[in-house]
Ligand binder design. Structure first.
Ligand code: GTR
Length: 413
Protein backbone atom coordinates (compact mmCIF):
# COMPACT_ATOMS: atom_id res chain seq x y z
CA UNK A 1 0.00 0.00 0.00
CA UNK A 2 2.78 2.37 1.06
CA UNK A 3 4.64 1.53 -2.15
CA UNK A 4 1.53 2.20 -4.20
CA UNK A 5 1.07 5.62 -2.57
CA UNK A 6 4.72 6.40 -3.27
CA UNK A 7 4.24 5.44 -6.92
CA UNK A 8 1.14 7.61 -7.25
CA UNK A 9 2.92 10.53 -5.61
CA UNK A 10 5.95 10.07 -7.87
CA UNK A 11 3.74 9.94 -10.98
CA UNK A 12 1.85 13.05 -9.88
CA UNK A 13 5.12 14.89 -9.24
CA UNK A 14 6.58 14.00 -12.60
CA UNK A 15 3.35 14.99 -14.33
CA UNK A 16 3.49 18.36 -12.58
CA UNK A 17 7.10 18.84 -13.56
CA UNK A 18 6.44 17.80 -17.16
CA UNK A 19 3.48 20.12 -17.47
CA UNK A 20 5.67 22.90 -16.07
CA UNK A 21 8.16 22.21 -18.84
CA UNK A 22 5.53 21.97 -21.51
CA UNK A 23 3.83 25.25 -20.66
CA UNK A 24 3.51 27.46 -23.72
CA UNK A 25 5.71 30.50 -23.45
CA UNK A 26 6.61 33.15 -25.93
CA UNK A 27 9.41 31.95 -28.27
CA UNK A 28 12.45 34.10 -27.68
CA UNK A 29 16.16 34.53 -28.15
CA UNK A 30 18.16 35.74 -25.20
CA UNK A 31 20.81 38.40 -25.49
CA UNK A 32 24.27 36.88 -25.04
CA UNK A 33 25.74 38.19 -21.78
CA UNK A 34 29.19 37.89 -23.32
CA UNK A 35 28.41 40.11 -26.28
CA UNK A 36 29.14 43.79 -25.82
CA UNK A 37 26.67 46.33 -27.19
CA UNK A 38 29.20 47.19 -29.91
CA UNK A 39 29.25 43.54 -31.02
CA UNK A 40 32.58 42.51 -29.51
CA UNK A 41 32.77 39.22 -27.63
CA UNK A 42 33.91 39.20 -24.03
CA UNK A 43 36.86 36.83 -23.91
CA UNK A 44 38.14 36.97 -20.37
CA UNK A 45 37.14 37.95 -16.88
CA UNK A 46 39.07 41.23 -17.03
CA UNK A 47 36.97 42.34 -19.97
CA UNK A 48 33.82 41.24 -18.15
CA UNK A 49 34.75 43.16 -14.99
CA UNK A 50 35.99 46.32 -16.71
CA UNK A 51 33.69 46.60 -19.70
CA UNK A 52 30.70 44.31 -20.00
CA UNK A 53 29.57 44.21 -16.40
CA UNK A 54 29.55 48.04 -16.09
CA UNK A 55 27.65 48.22 -19.40
CA UNK A 56 24.98 45.88 -18.04
CA UNK A 57 24.85 47.61 -14.67
CA UNK A 58 24.21 50.85 -16.53
CA UNK A 59 21.30 49.23 -18.41
CA UNK A 60 19.71 47.87 -15.25
CA UNK A 61 20.18 51.20 -13.50
CA UNK A 62 18.93 53.48 -16.25
CA UNK A 63 16.18 51.22 -17.61
CA UNK A 64 14.89 49.13 -14.75
CA UNK A 65 15.63 49.80 -11.10
CA UNK A 66 16.83 53.40 -11.33
CA UNK A 67 20.04 54.95 -10.09
CA UNK A 68 20.61 54.26 -6.44
CA UNK A 69 22.49 56.83 -4.39
CA UNK A 70 26.00 55.90 -3.29
CA UNK A 71 26.87 54.13 -0.06
CA UNK A 72 27.50 57.46 1.70
CA UNK A 73 24.22 59.11 0.74
CA UNK A 74 23.18 59.25 4.40
CA UNK A 75 26.32 60.67 6.02
CA UNK A 76 24.68 60.96 9.43
CA UNK A 77 23.86 57.27 9.60
CA UNK A 78 24.39 55.89 13.08
CA UNK A 79 23.58 52.76 15.04
CA UNK A 80 21.89 52.41 18.44
CA UNK A 81 21.44 49.08 20.18
CA UNK A 82 17.86 49.10 21.48
CA UNK A 83 17.90 45.72 23.15
CA UNK A 84 20.25 42.81 23.65
CA UNK A 85 19.86 39.48 25.39
CA UNK A 86 21.92 36.30 25.48
CA UNK A 87 19.07 33.91 26.14
CA UNK A 88 16.92 34.01 23.03
CA UNK A 89 15.25 30.70 22.14
CA UNK A 90 16.15 29.15 25.49
CA UNK A 91 19.81 30.14 25.29
CA UNK A 92 20.36 29.10 21.67
CA UNK A 93 21.13 32.64 20.55
CA UNK A 94 21.95 36.21 21.36
CA UNK A 95 19.28 38.62 20.17
CA UNK A 96 20.14 42.19 19.25
CA UNK A 97 17.72 44.83 18.07
CA UNK A 98 19.47 47.77 16.54
CA UNK A 99 18.16 51.06 15.25
CA UNK A 100 19.93 52.09 12.07
CA UNK A 101 19.18 55.80 11.78
CA UNK A 102 19.82 57.54 8.50
CA UNK A 103 19.65 61.12 9.77
CA UNK A 104 20.77 62.93 12.94
CA UNK A 105 17.24 63.45 14.23
CA UNK A 106 16.28 59.82 13.69
CA UNK A 107 13.25 60.62 11.59
CA UNK A 108 14.37 58.00 9.10
CA UNK A 109 15.41 54.64 10.48
CA UNK A 110 15.02 50.90 10.30
CA UNK A 111 15.15 48.41 13.14
CA UNK A 112 17.36 45.40 12.49
CA UNK A 113 16.52 42.24 14.40
CA UNK A 114 19.48 39.93 14.70
CA UNK A 115 20.06 36.50 16.21
CA UNK A 116 23.58 35.16 16.65
CA UNK A 117 24.16 31.53 17.67
CA UNK A 118 25.70 31.27 21.14
CA UNK A 119 27.46 28.05 20.22
CA UNK A 120 30.24 29.47 18.07
CA UNK A 121 33.97 29.54 17.77
CA UNK A 122 34.79 32.89 16.25
CA UNK A 123 32.74 35.06 13.88
CA UNK A 124 29.88 33.29 12.13
CA UNK A 125 28.42 33.61 8.61
CA UNK A 126 24.98 35.21 8.37
CA UNK A 127 21.81 35.49 6.33
CA UNK A 128 20.41 38.97 5.82
CA UNK A 129 16.99 39.65 4.32
CA UNK A 130 14.17 42.14 4.50
CA UNK A 131 10.73 41.07 5.72
CA UNK A 132 7.20 42.11 4.77
CA UNK A 133 5.19 42.63 7.92
CA UNK A 134 7.58 43.80 10.60
CA UNK A 135 10.20 42.03 12.72
CA UNK A 136 7.53 41.00 15.24
CA UNK A 137 5.76 39.11 12.44
CA UNK A 138 8.78 36.86 11.83
CA UNK A 139 8.76 35.04 15.18
CA UNK A 140 6.95 34.00 18.34
CA UNK A 141 9.78 35.56 20.39
CA UNK A 142 7.83 37.95 22.64
CA UNK A 143 10.84 40.20 23.19
CA UNK A 144 10.88 41.34 19.59
CA UNK A 145 9.88 45.00 19.55
CA UNK A 146 6.66 46.05 17.88
CA UNK A 147 6.88 48.85 15.34
CA UNK A 148 6.07 52.17 16.99
CA UNK A 149 2.59 53.53 16.18
CA UNK A 150 4.18 56.42 14.24
CA UNK A 151 6.17 53.95 12.20
CA UNK A 152 3.16 51.75 11.63
CA UNK A 153 1.21 54.75 10.38
CA UNK A 154 3.73 55.19 7.55
CA UNK A 155 3.57 51.55 6.45
CA UNK A 156 1.51 50.35 3.55
CA UNK A 157 -2.08 49.66 4.64
CA UNK A 158 -2.72 46.25 6.17
CA UNK A 159 0.04 46.08 8.78
CA UNK A 160 -1.09 45.35 12.28
CA UNK A 161 0.44 45.18 15.71
CA UNK A 162 -1.29 41.82 16.18
CA UNK A 163 0.70 40.35 13.31
CA UNK A 164 3.17 38.71 15.72
CA UNK A 165 4.48 35.55 14.07
CA UNK A 166 2.19 36.02 11.04
CA UNK A 167 5.15 35.16 8.78
CA UNK A 168 7.09 33.04 11.27
CA UNK A 169 7.08 30.07 8.87
CA UNK A 170 9.27 32.10 6.51
CA UNK A 171 11.98 32.64 9.11
CA UNK A 172 13.16 29.32 10.49
CA UNK A 173 15.35 31.03 13.09
CA UNK A 174 16.05 28.05 15.31
CA UNK A 175 16.93 25.83 12.36
CA UNK A 176 19.27 28.47 10.94
CA UNK A 177 20.93 29.14 14.30
CA UNK A 178 21.45 25.44 15.00
CA UNK A 179 23.34 25.25 11.72
CA UNK A 180 25.80 27.87 12.87
CA UNK A 181 24.48 30.95 11.06
CA UNK A 182 23.42 34.31 12.38
CA UNK A 183 20.32 35.82 10.81
CA UNK A 184 19.25 39.44 10.50
CA UNK A 185 16.11 41.09 9.18
CA UNK A 186 14.22 44.39 9.00
CA UNK A 187 10.87 45.41 7.63
CA UNK A 188 11.15 46.80 4.11
CA UNK A 189 8.52 49.43 4.90
CA UNK A 190 11.04 50.95 7.31
CA UNK A 191 13.18 51.95 4.34
CA UNK A 192 10.45 52.78 1.86
CA UNK A 193 6.76 52.08 2.46
CA UNK A 194 5.45 49.81 -0.25
CA UNK A 195 2.85 52.02 -1.89
CA UNK A 196 3.07 54.75 -4.46
CA UNK A 197 2.97 58.17 -2.90
CA UNK A 198 5.27 59.88 -5.39
CA UNK A 199 8.33 59.09 -3.25
CA UNK A 200 7.42 61.61 -0.58
CA UNK A 201 7.88 59.09 2.18
CA UNK A 202 10.77 56.82 3.06
CA UNK A 203 14.41 57.10 2.22
CA UNK A 204 13.83 58.82 -1.15
CA UNK A 205 12.55 61.87 0.69
CA UNK A 206 15.56 62.04 3.02
CA UNK A 207 18.10 61.63 0.24
CA UNK A 208 16.46 63.44 -2.67
CA UNK A 209 14.20 65.94 -0.91
CA UNK A 210 12.15 67.72 -3.54
CA UNK A 211 14.69 67.20 -6.32
CA UNK A 212 12.73 66.57 -9.55
CA UNK A 213 12.58 62.94 -10.61
CA UNK A 214 13.25 61.65 -14.11
CA UNK A 215 13.00 58.34 -16.00
CA UNK A 216 16.12 56.99 -14.28
CA UNK A 217 15.26 57.96 -10.71
CA UNK A 218 15.46 55.09 -8.27
CA UNK A 219 12.35 53.18 -7.30
CA UNK A 220 11.41 51.17 -4.23
CA UNK A 221 13.30 47.95 -5.06
CA UNK A 222 16.42 50.03 -5.41
CA UNK A 223 15.69 51.67 -2.04
CA UNK A 224 15.16 48.33 -0.31
CA UNK A 225 18.42 47.03 -1.81
CA UNK A 226 20.20 50.17 -0.62
CA UNK A 227 18.78 49.45 2.86
CA UNK A 228 20.21 45.91 2.74
CA UNK A 229 23.63 47.39 2.01
CA UNK A 230 23.36 49.75 4.96
CA UNK A 231 22.55 46.77 7.17
CA UNK A 232 25.70 45.13 5.85
CA UNK A 233 27.60 48.31 6.84
CA UNK A 234 26.32 47.68 10.34
CA UNK A 235 27.11 43.95 10.29
CA UNK A 236 30.69 44.90 9.45
CA UNK A 237 30.88 46.43 12.92
CA UNK A 238 29.59 43.34 14.75
CA UNK A 239 32.51 41.25 15.92
CA UNK A 240 30.49 38.05 16.32
CA UNK A 241 29.63 38.11 12.59
CA UNK A 242 31.90 37.43 9.64
CA UNK A 243 30.73 40.21 7.33
CA UNK A 244 32.68 38.67 4.45
CA UNK A 245 30.31 35.72 4.64
CA UNK A 246 26.89 37.31 4.48
CA UNK A 247 24.26 35.78 2.21
CA UNK A 248 21.53 38.15 1.06
CA UNK A 249 18.12 36.51 0.75
CA UNK A 250 14.63 37.61 -0.21
CA UNK A 251 11.22 36.29 -1.17
CA UNK A 252 9.12 37.49 -4.08
CA UNK A 253 9.42 41.30 -4.47
CA UNK A 254 12.14 41.01 -1.86
CA UNK A 255 13.75 38.27 -3.98
CA UNK A 256 13.95 40.77 -6.84
CA UNK A 257 15.50 43.05 -4.23
CA UNK A 258 18.08 40.51 -3.03
CA UNK A 259 19.22 39.94 -6.63
CA UNK A 260 19.61 43.67 -7.20
CA UNK A 261 21.39 44.06 -3.85
CA UNK A 262 23.76 41.26 -4.87
CA UNK A 263 24.47 43.04 -8.15
CA UNK A 264 24.96 46.51 -6.70
CA UNK A 265 26.92 45.46 -3.62
CA UNK A 266 29.64 42.93 -4.25
CA UNK A 267 30.33 42.59 -0.53
CA UNK A 268 27.43 40.12 -0.40
CA UNK A 269 29.15 36.74 -0.50
CA UNK A 270 26.18 34.72 -1.72
CA UNK A 271 22.78 35.61 -3.17
CA UNK A 272 19.46 33.79 -2.78
CA UNK A 273 16.29 34.54 -4.73
CA UNK A 274 13.16 32.81 -3.43
CA UNK A 275 10.25 32.92 -5.92
CA UNK A 276 11.43 36.28 -7.28
CA UNK A 277 9.56 35.92 -10.58
CA UNK A 278 8.98 38.76 -13.02
CA UNK A 279 11.74 41.40 -12.89
CA UNK A 280 13.65 39.06 -10.61
CA UNK A 281 15.03 35.78 -11.90
CA UNK A 282 12.34 35.04 -14.50
CA UNK A 283 13.23 35.58 -18.15
CA UNK A 284 11.13 38.54 -19.31
CA UNK A 285 11.00 37.48 -22.97
CA UNK A 286 9.02 34.36 -22.06
CA UNK A 287 6.10 36.63 -21.08
CA UNK A 288 4.82 33.80 -18.96
CA UNK A 289 2.85 34.57 -15.79
CA UNK A 290 3.44 38.15 -14.72
CA UNK A 291 4.70 40.38 -17.56
CA UNK A 292 6.59 43.68 -17.62
CA UNK A 293 3.43 45.52 -18.61
CA UNK A 294 1.46 43.99 -15.79
CA UNK A 295 4.06 44.55 -13.08
CA UNK A 296 4.59 48.17 -14.15
CA UNK A 297 0.90 48.89 -13.95
CA UNK A 298 0.38 47.09 -10.61
CA UNK A 299 3.57 48.31 -8.92
CA UNK A 300 4.90 51.35 -10.79
CA UNK A 301 6.85 52.56 -7.75
CA UNK A 302 9.09 49.47 -7.68
CA UNK A 303 11.04 50.55 -10.78
CA UNK A 304 12.29 53.61 -12.58
CA UNK A 305 9.73 54.96 -15.03
CA UNK A 306 11.87 54.08 -18.10
CA UNK A 307 11.06 50.42 -17.41
CA UNK A 308 7.40 50.97 -18.36
CA UNK A 309 8.39 51.49 -21.99
CA UNK A 310 9.29 47.77 -22.30
CA UNK A 311 5.78 46.59 -21.41
CA UNK A 312 4.58 44.34 -24.25
CA UNK A 313 7.90 44.72 -26.08
CA UNK A 314 10.17 42.61 -23.92
CA UNK A 315 12.06 41.42 -27.02
CA UNK A 316 13.31 44.98 -27.42
CA UNK A 317 14.91 45.00 -23.98
CA UNK A 318 18.68 45.25 -24.47
CA UNK A 319 19.04 42.86 -21.54
CA UNK A 320 17.13 40.01 -19.90
CA UNK A 321 17.02 38.73 -16.37
CA UNK A 322 19.74 36.07 -16.80
CA UNK A 323 22.08 39.05 -16.92
CA UNK A 324 20.96 40.09 -13.44
CA UNK A 325 22.18 36.66 -12.32
CA UNK A 326 25.35 37.10 -14.36
CA UNK A 327 26.20 40.28 -12.47
CA UNK A 328 26.41 38.23 -9.29
CA UNK A 329 29.20 36.09 -10.80
CA UNK A 330 31.52 34.72 -9.64
CA UNK A 331 29.75 34.64 -6.27
CA UNK A 332 27.48 31.68 -5.51
CA UNK A 333 23.84 32.20 -6.48
CA UNK A 334 20.72 30.17 -5.64
CA UNK A 335 17.39 30.50 -7.44
CA UNK A 336 14.36 28.76 -5.94
CA UNK A 337 10.83 28.39 -7.24
CA UNK A 338 7.61 26.73 -6.11
CA UNK A 339 5.62 24.29 -8.23
CA UNK A 340 2.29 26.12 -7.89
CA UNK A 341 3.80 29.55 -8.42
CA UNK A 342 3.23 29.86 -12.15
CA UNK A 343 2.74 33.64 -11.79
CA UNK A 344 6.50 33.77 -11.08
CA UNK A 345 7.30 31.41 -14.01
CA UNK A 346 9.48 28.71 -12.38
CA UNK A 347 10.75 27.61 -15.80
CA UNK A 348 11.85 31.14 -16.66
CA UNK A 349 13.53 31.42 -13.26
CA UNK A 350 15.52 28.27 -13.98
CA UNK A 351 16.55 29.43 -17.44
CA UNK A 352 18.07 32.59 -16.09
CA UNK A 353 20.64 30.40 -14.33
CA UNK A 354 21.35 28.54 -17.56
CA UNK A 355 21.67 31.87 -19.36
CA UNK A 356 24.21 33.16 -16.86
CA UNK A 357 26.41 30.05 -16.77
CA UNK A 358 28.78 31.28 -19.49
CA UNK A 359 29.78 34.18 -17.26
CA UNK A 360 30.57 31.86 -14.34
CA UNK A 361 32.62 29.80 -16.77
CA UNK A 362 34.68 32.87 -17.59
CA UNK A 363 35.73 32.89 -13.94
CA UNK A 364 36.54 29.17 -14.08
CA UNK A 365 33.41 28.00 -12.25
CA UNK A 366 30.79 25.56 -13.42
CA UNK A 367 27.14 26.54 -13.49
CA UNK A 368 23.80 24.99 -14.37
CA UNK A 369 23.68 24.33 -18.11
CA UNK A 370 21.16 21.50 -18.51
CA UNK A 371 18.15 22.80 -20.45
CA UNK A 372 15.93 20.12 -18.96
CA UNK A 373 14.12 21.75 -16.04
CA UNK A 374 14.66 19.62 -12.90
CA UNK A 375 11.69 17.89 -11.31
CA UNK A 376 9.91 19.05 -8.20
CA UNK A 377 12.03 18.82 -5.06
CA UNK A 378 15.04 17.60 -6.98
CA UNK A 379 17.55 20.26 -6.00
CA UNK A 380 20.47 20.79 -8.34
CA UNK A 381 23.80 22.29 -7.37
CA UNK A 382 26.46 22.70 -10.06
CA UNK A 383 29.60 24.67 -9.31
CA UNK A 384 28.46 27.96 -7.87
CA UNK A 385 24.79 27.72 -8.83
CA UNK A 386 21.93 26.11 -6.98
CA UNK A 387 18.28 25.56 -7.80
CA UNK A 388 15.15 23.81 -6.64
CA UNK A 389 11.42 23.84 -7.21
CA UNK A 390 9.65 23.25 -3.92
CA UNK A 391 6.29 21.52 -4.08
CA UNK A 392 3.59 23.98 -3.17
CA UNK A 393 2.68 27.62 -3.13
CA UNK A 394 4.41 30.98 -3.44
CA UNK A 395 6.08 31.16 -0.04
CA UNK A 396 9.19 30.34 1.97
CA UNK A 397 9.15 27.08 3.85
CA UNK A 398 11.52 24.92 5.88
CA UNK A 399 12.28 22.91 2.74
CA UNK A 400 13.67 26.07 1.12
CA UNK A 401 15.85 26.85 4.13
CA UNK A 402 17.17 23.28 4.18
CA UNK A 403 18.46 23.75 0.63
CA UNK A 404 19.85 27.22 1.33
CA UNK A 405 21.81 25.96 4.32
CA UNK A 406 23.19 22.94 2.44
CA UNK A 407 24.25 25.23 -0.41
CA UNK A 408 25.70 27.92 1.88
CA UNK A 409 27.64 25.34 3.88
CA UNK A 410 29.75 24.74 0.76
CA UNK A 411 30.81 28.35 0.48
CA UNK A 412 30.42 30.12 3.81
CA UNK A 413 31.69 27.54 6.28
C1 GTR B 1 2.79 39.93 -6.54
C2 GTR B 1 3.63 40.46 -7.66
C3 GTR B 1 4.88 39.66 -7.79
C4 GTR B 1 5.53 39.36 -6.46
C5 GTR B 1 4.56 39.24 -5.31
C6 GTR B 1 5.13 39.42 -3.91
O1 GTR B 1 1.57 40.51 -6.42
O2 GTR B 1 2.87 40.39 -8.83
O3 GTR B 1 5.76 40.29 -8.69
O4 GTR B 1 6.50 40.28 -6.18
O5 GTR B 1 3.53 40.13 -5.39
O6 GTR B 1 6.03 40.19 -3.67
O7 GTR B 1 4.57 38.79 -3.01
Amino acid sequence: MKYLIKLIVAAALSFLSLSAQAQPANPYELPDPLRMEDGRTVRNKRQWINERRPELMEMFRSQMFGREPGPNAAPDMHFTVLEESHDAFGGLATRKQVKISFDKDENYYLVLLMYIPNNRKGPVPAFLGANFKGNHATTTDPAVLLPTPEKLATFAPGYKMEDRNANGHRWEYEYILKHGYAVATFCYNDVDPDFHDGFHNGIHQLIDGDKPRNGESWGSISAWAWGLSRCLDYLETVKEINAKKVAVIGHSRLGKTSLWAGATDQRFALVISNDSGCSGAAIARRKFGETVERICSSFPHWFCTNYTSYGGREEKMPWDQHELIAMIAPRPVYVASASEDSWADPVGEYYSLVGAASVYKLFGYDGITDREVPGIEQPVVVGRMGHHIRKGEHNVRLYDWEQYITFSDRFLK
